[in-house]
Structures are given as C-alpha cells and as structure tokens.
Design a protein around this ligand. Structure first.
Ligand code: SER
Length: 340
C-alpha cells in the first residue's frame, strides 16, 4: 500500500535538521529522507523511512517512486559555495544533475498518483554576482532579477536550477501533444546565510558568522576569514525552516513568481563580533581575511529586497538581529555547549 509522504533530500544537513524536527512536531505527514549518510539517531527516530544514497543514483529514486506517493518535496541536497570551488565538476553534478533527477522524479510522481507535486527548492544569495564593492554599496537591497551574474560554481548551479524548476513548472515538453507543464509546482526561496544554534555549517562561504558564534560558545579562539566591514544578509534557522513551510502551504494563486528573496538582518562581520562579545566577553575573535573567500562574499549583496515574499505569501521573519541572538542563538547554543 503506497502512503502519502514528504520527501527531504540532503536531510542530514543544517536545514534538514530543523525541518525534520519541525515537521515531526506537526505530525501531519510521514517523513521520508534521502541522504548520503545516516541521519543522527535523534533525527532518525522522527522519520518514517530513511534512504541512504545519492540523488545522482536514479535506482534509489525509482525505488522510492515505486513505494511511496509523494506530493511534497524539499530538495535540500547541495554542495556549497566554498567546497564547490575545489570540485566544480562534482558541484555541478550534485547541484544541477541531482536537481534535474529530482524534478524528473517529481514529474513521475505526479504521473503516477495524479495529484500535483509541490517542489520546494532553497536557492541562495550566491545566485547574485555584484561586480565590485562600489556597486555592492550602491545597490543596497537587491531584487530577484538584478545582478544575476554569479561568480561561483554553486551560484551558477543554483541560478540554473531555478530556471530548470521554472521550466518544469511552466514549459515542460511544450511541443508534446498533451500538456505536461504545471505538474511540478516549483517554489524557490533565495536564502541569505543561515545561522543555526544546533548545527555548524561546512563548505559554505557565509560560514564565518555561525563559526564565530559557535567558537565563542565553545571557548575557542576564532579568526574570521572576511574583513570586519563585510556585509551580507543572514537569517536564524527557525525562520528559514518556517519560510520553507509557509511557501509550501501558500495557495498557488497568490504566487506571482517562482523565486523569492527572503531576508531578516544584514549585519557586518564586525557587528556580529560585537554581539558575540556581549554574550561571551572573553571570546577571542580576530579578523584574518582570506583574500579569495573575501572576493566571493564581496560579490554577494549587502541585503535583499524581499517585498514580493512579504506581499504574496506573508513572509515575516520572527527574529531580527538582536532577538536572533538574545532569544534564539545564545540561549540555545549555551545549552548545547553546556551539555558538551
Ligand atoms: N550558505 C551558502 C554558502 O555559503 C550560501 O547559500 O555557500
């Protein structure tokens, strides 16, 4: 008997962690996960079925298709911006071919059970590429369709995958006799840097913010790899998870676009350091910019214009900069490091 479930790829990653916890608490769906590695036992307990495998392995996807009726997919698996610069071809395979496999999988699910499949895709501020710091300073809060000239493999992959999703949603096999577009309801968020209190990121270039906070809480010195005046948007992880769920639940008729910016606060690295020091006065945070990683962050916008998300589906982040620290990050992180 096939059962209705939500599929989460890359489920063991930072967003997956928060999303599984949140969906399990809601309890309205069976959760199915796909990740290269086994989930933490604490997460594993919350899911109906855990597939260990690659999104590049079509056999795994066929097995899932044969067994489950899926009408909601959170496709989170990706290789991030720093790691992608060391292995660009692998990044392309995972981020583009993997996404293509999942979109095709979604199309097949729709074909098999006849109901629309909602496909949630996290894109990134890495999809932007501002040409130089002066332009970045002038641009301020960028809109979705501005500066779509990414400089990282990851950013190129995310931007193209957004287009792939739009293609599946609106134009898929447009020359075939039967209309096949619209079977995959593709919805995409362009996330800022996400900061979680319960997990530490790896392989990204916005990692300096969460790394700084976690290092301070753990009593470790931290050398920040970007300049003190570096500014990009960030968001607390619970708001990222909530945004995915809110967009997933939004009535299709209210959505005017496939891709939405979402933002919450946009501090400089120096401002993050000051907030860290307020809570951990003995923290040792220095700035030792890595010229090459700095260059990547300098192409990302200082902030994003998320008016479309606010208007179309009521996006409102719960946490601003101060409250993200005082109500979420600091208390949760203290607890985490106290437990060891
Ligand atoms: N956090 C990601 C990265 O740094 C950006 O989406 O690669």
């Amino acid at each position: 008997m096939r059962r209705l479930v939500v599929l989460i790829t890359g489920a063991g990653g930072e967003i997956g962690h928060g999303l599984i916890t949140r969906l399990a608490a809601e309890g309205s769906r069976h959760i199915l996960t796909l990740d290269l590695k086994p989930l933490d036992p604490a997460l594993s307990r919350l899911v109906e079925r855990e597939f260990i495998g690659s999104i590049l392995d079509r056999n795994v996807l066929e097995r899932i298709l044969a067994e489950f009726e899926i009408d909601l997919i959170f496709h989170l698996a990706a290789l991030l911006s720093t790691r992608g610069e060391f292995t660009p071809v692998t990044a392309h395979q995972v981020n583009v071919e993997g996404t293509l496999n999942l979109l095709e999988f979604a199309q097949n699910e729709r074909q098999s059970h006849g109901r629309p499949v909602t496909f949630l895709y996290p894109s990134s501020i890495a999809a932007y590429g501002l040409p130089d710091p002066a332009t970045k300073a002038l641009a301020g809060r960028v809109k979705e369709d501005e500066y779509n000239t990414p400089t990282t493999m990851y950013g190129c992959n995310k931007l193209y995958a957004e287009h792939l999703g739009r293609y599946y949603a609106r134009h898929y096999k447009q020359l075939s006799s039967e209309t096949q577009a619209g079977r995959v309801d593709f919805r995409c968020l362009r996330f800022p840097g996400l900061i979680s209190a319960v997990t530490v990121p790896s392989g990204g270039t916005s990692d300096y913010a969460p790394e700084m906070i976690h290092a301070a809480a753990g009593g470790n010195a931290y050398a920040c790899f970007v300049r003190e005046d570096t500014r990009i948007p960030f968001m607390a992880m619970p708001d990222g998870v909530e945004a995915l769920l809110t967009l997933a639940a939004a009535p299709a008729a209210s959505l005017t676009r496939q891709v939405y910016n979402v933002g919450a606060f946009a501090p400089s690295a120096g401002e993050i350091r000051s907030l860290v020091l307020k809570s951990f006065p003995k923290a040792q945070v220095t700035f030792q910019p890595d010229v090459k990683r700095q260059r990547i962050v300098d192409t990302w916008p200082a902030d994003v214009d998320d008016a479309a998300a606010r208007r179309d589906w009521g996006f409102v982040p719960r946490y601003g900069l101060e409250s993200a620290f005082s109500e979420y990050l600091i208390p949760t992180i203290r607890e985490r490091y106290r437990k060891g």
